[in-house]
Design a protein. Structure first.
Length: 125
């Protein structure tokens, strides 16, 4: 069943998601479920949700250990066994009360550093 704007505050604020529960719960409602396959112990902590008209902005933190393949626009990242903790902002748009699009923004370089693909700032100094 598609998520509606009236479902969003309850969906985002009633609980945090982790592991297999996240794949089932978030995967049914969001197209980014592959993240929860790449990070099977994933946890999402929603800090705040701001709603204006048909736009919702979600602020949160994604945490998990990459034990699965992470599919990305630049190719696949094989499992590293490393943990990440990345803050994000997501903008969800609704039309006629139904979810129609989203934009997810997070610090990709920070995530790549944590996965071991880039030197950390302290190691580079």
């Amino acid at each position: 069943m598609p998520m509606t704007l009236t479902d969003l505050p309850k969906f985002l604020t009633t609980t945090s998601f982790s592991g297999r529960q996240a794949v089932r719960t978030v995967g049914e409602k969001r197209p980014a479920a592959h993240w929860f396959v790449a990070f099977p112990d994933a946890q999402v902590k929603v800090h705040a949700v701001h709603i204006v008209d048909d736009v919702a902005v979600e602020e949160g933190t994604f945490m998990g250990t990459q034990n699965g393949v992470l599919h990305g626009s630049m190719g696949d990242i094989p499992p590293t066994g490393r943990s990440v903790r990345v803050d994000y902002i997501q903008v969800l748009r609704f039309r006629d009360g139904k979810h129609v699009s989203f934009n997810l923004m997070f610090d990709q370089l920070m995530m790549l550093e944590q996965l071991g693909f880039l030197p950390t700032p302290s190691a580079a100094a």
